[in-house]
Design a protein around this ligand. Structure first.
Ligand SMILES: [Zn+2]
Length: 99
């Protein structure tokens, strides 16, 4: 997916530890990779991707948002997508397609 003009790749990897959202999902800004712990519910994987998209926007546009505010945007935005009946499985399609 393209975020702020940068092509990002989704990759699957086990989480580092049992912790918060930034342990289940990680962002490698230099390599432009979003890493998702796929040993999680599909809805978790989708919100991880949303979270890391906001983290990438935060970096590229220098918004200086703290992680907890990004978590609020993540949950709020994901709920809106769901309420509109949007196909949120597209967020993690690349993981299943094995690009
Ligand atoms: Zn975060």
């Amino acid at each position: 997916m393209n975020i702020a003009g940068y092509d990002y790749t989704l990759k699957s990897a086990p989480s580092q530890e049992d912790g918060g959202m930034d342990d289940l999902g990680r962002l490698h800004l230099g390599k432009q990779i979003i890493i998702v712990d796929t040993d999680t519910h599909t809805q978790q994987q989708e919100t991880i991707v949303v979270h890391e998209i906001f983290e990438a926007l935060n970096f590229h546009y220098e918004l200086k948002l703290p992680h907890n505010q990004i978590s609020i945007l993540e949950t709020g935005w994901y709920q809106v997508l769901k309420s509109l009946g949007m196909d949120t499985s597209l967020l993690t399609k690349e993981l299943r397609d094995g690009v």
